[in-house]
Design a protein around this ligand. Structure first.
Ligand code: PLP
Length: 390
């Protein structure tokens, strides 16, 4: 296929490696192989029935037409209320924009603020789409390697040192994918101070906010002060908390001029998020939240089991992840890069993990524990054998 028709900007994009491994594992399963797949980026639970019913009712009631481009007023009001009550973030509903998944929220946010050549600081290991999104909107990703010893978190000092006159924005993702790292209030305050000093915007991707474990608390950086909030675009959504990945529904809450820009982008691209999915989202926010607690408890059981098993294996290291549903394993001592490691593990032992190269971290692999304990047990038995043989 001739590439001369594809724009340079898009031709240079990397395909999503997380989706590629999951697809390969699925193909092997279809061939009848018993693959233990740790590639999942979505909760394994179904969407709760009351949310589905709300969408079905919306369809039956004829809510099948365009909505306002930034989403239904009542949904934006519900999100603004949630942000105030749960996150201590004061946004008016017209600063909230409902988008087609939090991925789309991040993309819109970057599109709204980046001019060509603007630098965007991305702590690595990062969620695989951030650098590609920055490139798509014409910006320059500036990747900063974090230390395993610091729990894979960027320090205020590293942030400050990475800054140049072209720096426009830093992307923070807490709880994080792929590390499971959760920043403390103090850590975020130190980072916010640097951002405030230089007027740097913050994209705070909080899609995993509901999935934190033990005594860990999720903290929204925009809640530090009104000055920090006015530099922050907060991203959240339904996918992980309510197991609604296929619904494509997320949100941004941003300073008014950025919210208006996102509304404008959306009015000329998607028009609006799917009407009846929005009614599902409204029900999710207004309904019984106990589903989340149950799902989190289940994740926590798997998390503790997986952590114990991985920590008992020689030549690899893993930091206890306090959020999300991933474990990032350092395989630096094993003498294989992450892609070779993941390929061998899949082809020889039928265990699917995501190579850290997808996250800018070639000495790691990512396990997801969004799968049943039986799969986790079997998969870790095989993984342990694989590590012993290498
Ligand atoms: C860090 C992070 N942000 C955003 C998303 C996208 O979420 P959504 O499915 O709502 O687009 C994901 C999904 O994997 C993610 O890991």
């Amino acid at each position: 296929m001739a590439m001369e028709f594809v724009s340079e900007r898009i031709a240079n994009l990397e395909p999503s490696m997380t989706l590629a491994v999951t697809a390969q594992a699925k193909a092997m399963i279809n061939e009848g192989k018993e693959v233990c797949s740790f590639g999942a980026g979505e909760p394994d639970a179904d969407t709760p029935d009351f949310i589905k019913e709300a969408a079905i009712n919306a369809l039956n009631a004829g809510k099948t037409k365009y909505t306002p481009s930034s989403g239904l007023v009542e949904l934006r009001e519900a999100i603004a209320e949630k942000l105030l009550l749960e996150n201590n973030l004061e946004y008016s509903p017209n600063q909230v924009s409902v988008n087609c998944g939090a991925k789309h929220s991040c993309f819109n946010a970057l599109f709204a603020v980046c001019d060509p050549g603007d630098e965007v600081i991305i702590p690595a290991p990062y969620w695989t789409s951030y650098p590609e999104m920055v490139r798509m909107v014409g910006g320059e990703p500036v990747v900063i390697e974090t230390e395993e010893a610091n729990g894979w978190k960027i320090t205020a000092e590293q942030f400050e040192n990475a800054m140049s006159p072209k720096t426009k924005l830093i992307i923070l993702n807490s709880p994080g994918n792929p590390t499971g790292a959760v920043y403390t209030e103090e850590e975020l305050k130190a980072i916010a101070e640097v951002a405030e000093g230089e007027d740097i915007l913050i994209l705070s991707d909080e899609i995993y906010e509901k999935l934190v474990y033990g005594e860990t608390k999720h903290f929204s950086i925009g809640s530090i002060s009104s000055a920090v909030r006015d530099l922050t675009i907060t991203v959240g959504g339904f996918s992980k908390a309510y197991s609604m990945t296929g619904w494509r529904l997320g949100w941004t809450a941003a300073p008014a001029e950025i919210a208006n820009a996102i509304d404008n982008i959306q009015s000329h691209s998607t028009s609006n998020p799917t009407s009846f999915a929005q009614y599902g989202g409204l029900a999710a926010l207004n309904g019984d939240q106990s589903f989340i607690e149950d799902m989190r408890d289940e994740f926590d059981v798997r998390r503790q089991y997986m952590l114990g098993r991985l920590q008992s294996i020689n030549n690899i290291t893993v930091v206890e992840p306090m959020g999300a549903f991933y474990m990032l394993v350092n395989i630096g001592e094993m003498g294989l890069n992450s892609v070779n490691f993941a390929e061998k593990l899949l082809s020889r032992y039928e265990v699917a993990v995501v190579p850290g190269a997808a996250f800018g971290s070639d000495s790691t692999i990512r396990f997801s524990y969004a799968c049943g304990l039986d799969v986790i047990k079997e998969g870790l038995d095989r993984f342990e054998k694989f590590c012993r043989e290498h």
